[in-house]
Design a protein around this ligand. Structure first.
Ligand SMILES: [Zn+2]
Ligand SMILES: [Zn+2]
Length: 150
């Protein structure tokens, strides 16, 4: 898995109810988190917010055949996980869910113009001279076509 693209991340709101039922642990929770990630195009820091609601059934990994029957899925969207039978860290449940939701790609704006590949200037803030060739005016196009023949 790719390392997290976030520079920072904190959970601002979290809710978790654990129900233990014959060795199974049902975790119902939700969280919302915020963080900061570099824009995929211009690398400027961008504030991101994300969150989700989850229902996970954790069942002991080492449960023997004498245990209760097959897991009954109570809800269609119930995720099933395993734990080693001695316990689970509440924080682990949370951070696993947070990690799953972290946005893979962040842009500061849909029309972010990014960084000039030639000189590294942030094209949202400055018009570098090489940038002019990237979005040519109608006459520049003709000029460039001629130039390419050389
Ligand atoms: Zn950007
Ligand atoms: Zn440039």
């Amino acid at each position: 898995m790719d390392p997290s693209p976030l520079n920072s991340c904190r959970v601002v709101d979290a809710d978790l109810v654990l129900t233990v039922d014959a060795g199974d642990i049902l975790a119902d929770g939700s969280f919302s988190a915020e963080g900061e990630a570099p824009c995929d195009r211009c690398t400027e820091p961008v504030a991101v917010r994300f969150g989700k609601t989850f229902n996970i059934l954790l069942t002991p990994r080492n449960r023997g055949p004498a245990g209760s029957g097959p897991i009954e899925l109570r809800e269609e969207d119930l995720d099933v996980g395993y734990y080693d039978g001695t316990g689970v860290e509440v924080g682990d449940i949370f951070w696993e869910q947070v990690a799953l939701e972290i946005p893979v790609k962040v842009v500061c704006s849909e029309d972010c113009r990014g960084v000039c590949p030639a000189c590294g200037a942030n094209r949202n803030r400055e018009a570098c001279s090489c940038g002019a060739q990237d979005s040519p005016g109608p006459f520049d196009v003709l000029k460039n076509l001629k130039g390419k023949k050389e």
